[in-house]
Design a protein around this ligand. Sequence first.
Ligand SMILES: *Cc1c(COP(=O)(O)O)cnc(C)c1O
Length: 372
Amino acid sequence: MLLSPPDVGPLEEEMVVEAVRSGWIAPLGPMVEAFEAVIAERCGRQHAVALSSGTAALHLALLEVGACAGTVVLVPALTFAATANAVVYTGAEPVFVDCESKSGNLDPHLLESALRQLQGEGVFVAAVVPVDLLGRCADYTRILPICERYGVPVVSDAAESLGSSHEGRPAGSFGQMAALSFNGNKIMTTSGGGMLLTDDAATADRIRYLSTQARQPTVHYEHTEIGYNYRLSNVLAALGLAQLERLDEMIGRRRALRQQYVDLFAGQPGVTVFQHPGEEADNCWLTAVCIEPMEAGWSADDLRKALDAVDIESRPIWKPMHQQPVFAGARSFLSGESDHVFATGLTLPSGSALKPKDVDRVVATVRKFLGA
Ligand SMILES: *Cc1c(COP(=O)(O)O)cnc(C)c1O
């Protein structure tokens, strides 16, 4: 049993078949435009550009704000590597900033210290990339004014948070640009895909241009700069349209699952459900528990092994970027919180495709483990 497998059924099949029969296979077509329009509306944005992955969306967004060799981009220490990888693709250097303990999201205090320190040294900070961890929106209410004061653009990594909101505004609506992901394990999937969101028409045009090999409008293919092959195909957009119709229902199932875990671990000493309480506005993409082994008498790894023994997948929350061999030596502003979340946290099966019998099996396995 996987943490978050794709949740697709007859509606997805029907719409993909429709896209194939329409003759619009690839690359672009009417379903790409329809998909972009619905996502833009849902995320409260003027423009959406469908791309081949969330990583591609981050890459182009960072290029667009001017990330390049000789600049740095501030990235949360606690995230999936794609956020930092996209920075490296531009030639810029990722600098890691630690998280707040409860949400696991970018710590605004540390962010401010980092900006003050770096700009004081004359370092050019091209962007800040807050991440909406496991579906919980970063604290944009505090982050955006800080970035504005330091004159640094914000690119929101909303890869995990489609359908969530923060103070009444949808995930994806924050910052100059935001990136969504439709990877197979995300809240909804196109089997692989992403979206760049912006309110600026010129930015959207430029992203479309860069994502289709930067072709000048001439009959012969003329190129004045390096482009990318990052557009989403029409068939995959059809899958996305079907998933969007089911998004609220899928989020509802993930939220119900979160509540089941809250009930399951209630009263267990040393165990807390990560990001709980306060998740009413979250899509509950993944549910994690944090275990203090001294209080609980067991560790996250003990529970992981018990689940693994019966073929149930669970995983630590992202290994922090400053602990990754590939980013060894990168500059970091740390408090120890992301290390603590990594050491104590465990994500549990959270997918909307889980069947009631799957959930029963997880619950029974955890009960047996807790009773032992
Ligand atoms: C999944 C993910 C990405 C990358 O999205 P892809 O579509 O897989 O390229 C980026 N950032 C975060 C936080 C993610 O979870």
